[in-house]
Design a protein around this ligand. Structure first.
Ligand code: KIV
Length: 292
């Protein structure tokens, strides 16, 4: 594949991200969990890559994001960072890595930033999370907030369902967005909330908002890699648009491979190493001489 133009490979910075909102532009974000996917996202012009703890379901095959560990997030983050030249990489702080204390939150964020190589971390929620965010930002690590449907708290929220659908809950979300900005986040993910609420929250803050199931009024959009590319097995949320059906394409290729191996059609001559003829003669003679 040809290299992308150099201008597209200059690393995005926090001022670039803030500037995009100021100038009325939009930000395209997608999740990724490995180097080749991150490289493709980067080449496609994706602005921000989220190493989401959605890896717990999309890649690790679990039922939720809750069991994902800090070490697993570090592994995914290192892989993604190796594949990226331009995109700004944000990594999720997994459940259990920031709930205990500000000190615990800073220690976990430092690992993701220093050992993982992420440009920023993402933390779900507001309320008690605000002091964690302030502590991480004070340590010099950029933080992205996340409001609305916060999957780490799905049990408390009554399942994976749209949030902020009452006037009171909508008002709370707008107030939380303001509190997150005051705590120092550089951007806020708004997940599964009515478009009107996301739009009002976006107007209430000056940092970019990134919507997922939050309508067009956000500064940017994020989708999960497997949903966007048609790789999700089972239920896909209403707000997802699949831009490809890669599951079908991968299945077609694997079935063709199985059929070729079973029939002996693969490997054929084109995919096989030949031996120089003189060496083959010597080889056969040697084997014959030794009685094999
Ligand atoms: O983990 C994740 O992929 C996320 C997105 C859904 C925003 O948090």
């Amino acid at each position: 594949m040809a290299d992308a133009p150099v201008s597209r490979l200059v690393k995005l910075t926090l001022p670039d991200i803030a500037g995009r909102r100021r100038e009325g532009g939009r930000l395209a974000m997608v999740t990724a969990y490995d180097a080749p996917s991150a490289r493709l996202a980067d080449l496609a012009g994706i602005d921000m890559i989220l190493v989401g703890d959605s890896a717990g379901t999309t890649v690790l095959g679990g039922e939720s994001t809750v069991p994902v560990t800090l070490d697993e997030m570090l592994l995914f983050t290192r892989a993604v960072v190796r594949g990226v030249r331009r995109a700004f990489v944000v990594t999720d702080m997994p459940f259990g890595s920031f709930q205990v204390s500000d000190e615990q939150a800073v220690a976990a964020a430092v690992r993701l930033y220093k050992e993982g190589g992420a440009d920023a971390v993402k933390v779900e929620g507001a309320g008690p999370t605000l002091s964690r965010i302030r502590a991480i930002v004070d340590a010099g690590i950029p933080v992205m907030g996340h409001l609305g449907l916060t999957p780490q708290s799905a049990t408390m929220l009554g399942g994976y369902r749209a949030q902020a659908r009452t006037a009171a809950a909508a008002r709370r979300l707008v107030d939380d967005a303001i509190a997150l900005e005051e705590a120092g986040v550089f951007s806020i993910v708004l997940e599964a909330v009515p478009a009107v609420v996301a739009e009002r929250a976006t107007r209430a803050v000056s940092v970019p908002t990134i919507g997922i199931g939050a309508g067009p009024g956000c500064t940017g959009q994020v989708l999960v890699w497997h949903d966007l590319l048609g790789l999700t097995d089972g239920h896909v949320p209403k707000f997802v648009r699949a831009y490809a059906n890669l599951s079908a394409e991968i299945l077609r290729a694997l079935e063709a491979y199985v059929a070729d191996v079973h029939s002996g059609a693969f490997p054929d001559e084109r995919h096989t190493y030949a031996m120089p003829e003189d060496q083959q003669v010597l080889f056969e003679a040697d084997l014959a001489g030794s009685g094999k």
